[in-house]
Design a protein around this ligand. Structure first.
Ligand code: NAI
Ligand code: OAA
Length: 313
């Protein structure tokens, strides 16, 4: 691949390394550079993932940065640096620790990466996107959070558990914050182009919604030491690919709303068109009264976190 596209990943832990592995095997960028506080680990990841790429006949070079100058001129930067939750914690419990990390990493690297699009993964996701925007004052199209793609994949998985259709025939849609109040949209989800209600009872649809909302916590409880990373890493890779290839695909992403859906100055998950400029358009779906109320509840819980950020950063 000689398109001269460079992707930077800060935080080469579980999600960052999985993302690097997924991206490197796609052969869609010239270089991936990893940055982490754990220097031996990041060097090992760069070697191991480079070797995996060669096995996949991908020519993407995977390196690591030992200083900030080496982490420069990236087209896309993904930030996964931060702590994951453990059983018994909510994503919101990570707020102050991860906001401190987010502010310091983005302030450090932004001057070296003036044209980059930033993708935020660290939790609590919507508040971390807000923190990154606040720290940099970059235009809102350049800072995007990953969560809706993951939440929709989980919903598609739970639909697939109940029906024998192929993944290509299942469409799942989730919007709102990446928290307990996320808003799975049954009426924008479908199977073989038909409404879910043609194949599933109302109770079964409700069960899928509850499982989707609880999808992250389910894995945290089983893992005991951290949170999910294969689906998050791969979901992030899809979004990076859409930006690198200027695909103009629509994905649910956490972005700053400025009037869309009736909200101002708050970050939440909504469908957006992704391309080389980051998010290029927000798609405004028609919501029914119940969905509007659920979205309002989700926004209210994000607002509480944002107020804490505004009082501390
Ligand atoms: N948005 C989403 O849907 C998802 C978000 N997450 C979040 O992503 C974050 C990362 O999760 P994991 O990769 O599982 O955690 P992890 O602990 O495996 O990796 C985090 C990495 O960040 C590094 N790090 C911490 N501070 C840093 C700094 N200042 N500079 C460079 N590197 C730094 C650590 O050394 C570690 O390698 C967590 O906050 C987690 O909650 C995880 C899954 C899904
Ligand atoms: O559950 C967590 O803490 C990690 C995450 O956001 C997810 O897997 O959805």
């Amino acid at each position: 691949m000689s398109n001269n596209k460079k992707v930077g990943i800060i935080g080469a832990g579980n999600v960052g390394a999985t993302l690097a592995f997924s991206l490197a095997n796609k052969n869609i960028c010239t270089e991936i550079v990893l940055k982490d506080l754990r220097m031996n680990v990041v060097e090992a990841m760069a070697l191991d993932i480079s070797q995996a790429a060669r096995a996949a006949k991908s020519s993407t070079k995977v390196s690591f940065a030992s200083n900030t100058e080496e982490f420069s001129n990236c087209d896309v930067i993904v930030i996964t640096a931060g702590i994951p939750r453990k059983p018994g914690m909510s994503r919101d419990d990570l707020l102050l620790t991860n906001a401190k990390i987010m502010t310091s990493v983005i302030n450090e690297i932004a001057p070296f990466n003036k044209d980059a699009i930033y993708m935020i993964v660290s939790n609590p996701l919507d508040a971390m996107v807000y923190t990154a925007l606040k720290a940099t004052s970059l235009p809102r199209n350049k800072i995007i959070g990953m969560a809706g793609v993951l939440d929709s994949s989980r919903m598609a998985h739970f639909i697939k558990e109940k029906l024998t259709f192929t993944p290509n025939e299942i469409k799942a849609a989730v919007m709102g914050g990446h928290g307990d109040e996320m808003v799975p949209l049954a009426n924008y989800s479908s199977v073989d182009g038909k409404a879910l209600s043609e194949f599933l009872t109302a109770d079964e649809i409700e069960e899928i919604i509850v499982k989707t909302r609880n999808g992250g916590a389910q894995i945290v409880k089983l893992l005991e030491t951290g949170s999910a990373y294969y689906a998050p890493g791969h979901s992030t890779a899809l979004m990076v690919e859409a930006i690198l290839t200027d695909s103009k695909e629509t994905y649910p992403c956490a972005v700053m709303l400025q009037g869309e859906y009736g909200y101002e100055n708050i970050v939440a998950g909504v469908p957006v068109v992704l391309g080389k400029e980051g998010f290029e358009k927000i798609v405004e779906l028609e919501l029914n009264e119940e969905q509007k109320a659920q979205f309002a509840k989700s926004i209210a819980s994000i607002k509480e976190l944002v107020n804490i950020i505004d009082n501390n950063f």
